[in-house]
Ligand binder design. Structure first.
Ligand code: RB5
Length: 146
């Protein structure tokens, strides 16, 4: 299990630059970032990287992960196939917040061709800062896996 301050991150070529910027943003704030790639702008298959991050979260090795591709759509489709993964594709702060409060999302998915750097940092920060509310939402998220 990764430490509480560790987070796993992965992307494809379409979001490589944004992934690098988010990694630095997190490291500057003291996070231990486990980067599973990709490591450059050459074309790759997003499924491979989505499986690495979602698999690690599904197995309980990390409590949180971040995935990025061009739109975020492919990565969220891959990630949400994994048991116990609740991946949230967001591009606005309200959804980033509510994905934690109501859905206890454990993977944040971003579209590198959709959002800019500053918004991406704000979405990441909001998502990390927001706690799950529990209560009536607990059974609902449990029912996703049941
Ligand atoms: C890559 O061209 C693109 O298809 C990928 O990054 C992602 O947007 C897929 O959903």
């Amino acid at each position: 299990m990764g430490q509480d301050n560790s987070i796993i991150i992965g992307c494809d070529h379409a979001a490589f630059e944004l992934k690098e910027k988010i990694k630095k943003y997190l490291q500057d704030k003291g996070w231990q970032v486990i980067d599973v790639g990709t490591t450059g702008p050459e074309s790759v298959n997003y499924v491979d990287y989505g499986k690495k991050v979602a698999g690690a979260v599904s197995r309980g090795e990390f409590s949180k992960g971040i995935l990025l591709c061009g739109t975020g759509l492919g990565m969220s489709m891959v990630a949400n196939r994994f048991p116990k993964v609740r991946a949230a594709l967001v591009s606005d702060v309200f959804s980033a917040k509510l994905s934690r409060v109501h859905n206890d999302s454990n993977i944040l998915v971003l579209g590198g061709r959709i959002i800019g750097d500053i918004l991406a940092f704000e979405l990441v920060q909001t998502w990390l800062d927001t706690e799950f509310e529990g209560g009536r939402h607990l059974k609902r998220i449990q029912d996703i896996d049941n």
